[in-house]
Design a protein around this ligand. Structure first.
Ligand SMILES: [Zn+2]
Ligand SMILES: [Zn+2]
Length: 343
C-alpha cells in the first residue's frame, strides 16, 4: 500500500510503498478514506514537536471504511464508516482507570509514536473506533478525532455555566468548532477572535455573536463594549501565542478561566497575585480527548446540533500531501481544515 512518510526532519514527506498491515486479535483493518492535516503534523515535520523514531507515517485525524476484522473483533462489520481515536491506550494504568486515558502511561499515538493515517490502510484496536453519523461525509468525519474532539474536551474543562460569555481565540480547524460547541455547552455570548476577516466571517456563519480582528481592532476595547466592562468568563486559546495569551488573561472577568490548548513554544510570564488571585481567575490546560467525548460528539453531529458544512476547506489526494501541508503552513486560501481525501 501507499503511505506518506516522514524520513527526515524539515523535509517533505515521501509517498512510498509499505506492507499492508494485518489485523490481529481485537483489531480491525481500515481502508482510510480521509485524514485531516493538523498543525501538529507541521510541528512533527519541522521537529518543533518531537516524534519518537523515523521514518513514520504521520496523520492522526482519520476516517475510513472497515475492510477486515481480526479474531474476537465483533463490534463492527466490513464496509461500516468509522472515525478513529488516535490514542491507543492500555486501559489498565492508573490514569486510564481514573478516566484520564489522554495521559495513559503506555499510550501510543497514531501518526506520532506509531504509523498513522496518511496511508491507504491502517490497523487499530476496535475499541478506538466510533461509527460516523450518516449526515457527515468521510472527510468531515475525519475531523471528529481532533479538530472537533480537542475543542470539545477543552470546553468541558472550562466548565461553562449557562449565561456565560466565551471567547474563542484562533479560528482554524479547532477554533471554528469551538465556537459552535461553546454555545451547545451553555454560553450565551460567543466571541470569535482571529487576524483574518475571512475566517471571522465563517465564525459568524456558524454562530459567533461577535467577531474581533485582533490585528486591525483593539481587542480589549471591543470586549469592554461587548461585556459592558465585566470581561469574559472563559477564553479558549488555540494560538499558543504569548501576546495573545496575555490579552486573553487581561480580558477575563472575576472568576474567569483561560483554557490553553495551543502549543506555546516560549515562556509566558504571569503574576499569580495580580493576574489570578485578585480576581480568582484560573488558567487551565487541555490536551487531546477521552473516549467519552466521542460518544457525545457523534450525537451532537447526528442531531444536527453542530454543523460541519464549513469545516473542510480543502481536499488533496495522498500523492499531493506536501502541497496540502503547504496550504496549511502558508495559509493558501484561508484553510480551515485541509483533508487528504481518497473518496
Ligand atoms: Zn492534531
Ligand atoms: Zn493506560
Amino acid at each position: 500500500m501507499k503511505a506518506a512518510r516522514l524520513f527526515k526532519i524539515k523535509e517533505d514527506l515521501q509517498v512510498v510503498n509499505v506492507p499492508e498491515p494485518v489485523p490481529g486479535r481485537g483489531e480491525v483493518l481500515i481502508n482510510i478514506m480521509a485524514t485531516g492535516i493538523c498543525t501538529s503534523d507541521l510541528h512533527y515535520r519541522d521537529g518543533s514537536s518531537k516524534i519518537k523514531a523515523l521514518p513514520i507515517t504521520l496523520g492522526h485525524e482519520i476516517a475510513g471504511l472497515i475492510q477486515d476484522v481480526g479474531d474476537d473483533a465483533t463490534l463492527f462489520s466490513v464496509g461500516e464508516r468509522v472515525g478513529v481515536y488516535y490514542l491507543i491506550t492500555c486501559g489498565k494504568c492508573h490514569n486510564c482507570k481514573m478516566g484520564r486515558e489522554n495521559y495513559c502511561q503506555y499510550a501510543e499515538m497514531l501518526g506520532k509514536t506509531i504509523d498513522g493515517g496518511f496511508a491507504e490502510y491502517l490497523v487499530v484496536p476496535e475499541r478506538n473506533l466510533f461509527r460516523l453519523p450518516r449526515n457527515v461525509s468521510l472527510a468531515q468525519g475525519a475531523l471528529i478525532s481532533d479538530a472537533i474532539g480537542t475543542p470539545f474536551h477543552a470546553l468541558t474543562r472550562a466548565r461553562i455555566q449557562m449565561g456565560e460569555t466565551v471567547m474563542i481565540v484562533g479560528i482554524g480547524g479547532l477554533g471554528l468548532h469551538a465556537v459552535q460547541l461553546a454555545r451547545v455547552m451553555g454560553a450565551t455570548t460567543v466571541i470569535a477572535v482571529d487576524i483574518n476577516d475571512e475566517k471571522l466571517s465563517t465564525a459568524t456563519i456558524v454562530g459567533a455573536d461577535f467577531v474581533v480582528n485582533a490585528a486591525s481592532e483593539s481587542l480589549l476595547d471591543n470586549l469592554s463594549h461587548i461585556t459592558a466592562g465585566a470581561g469574559v468568563d472563559v477564553v479558549v486559546d488555540f494560538t499558543g501565542n504569548p501576546t495573545s495569551l496575555r490579552q486573553s488573561l487581561n480580558a477575563l472577568a472575576f472568576g474567569g478561566r483561560l483554557v490553553s490548548v495551543g502549543i506555546c513554544p516560549v515562556d509566558f510570564v504571569i503574576n499569580p497575585y495580580h493576574d489570578l488571585l485578585l480576581k480568582e481567575r484560573s488558567i487551565i490546560s487541555s490536551a487531546d480527548q477521552l473516549h467519552r467525548d466521542f460518544e457525545i460528539i457523534v450525537r451532537l453531529i447526528e442531531s444536527g446540533t453542530i454543523n460541519l458544512d464549513h469545516s473542510v476547506s480543502h481536499k488533496v489526494p495522498l500523492s499531493e500531501i506536501n502541497y496540502g501541508m503547504q496550504i496549511l503552513e502558508e495559509k493558501i486560501g484561508n484553510p480551515i481544515r485541509v483533508v487528504v481525501s481518497q473518496e
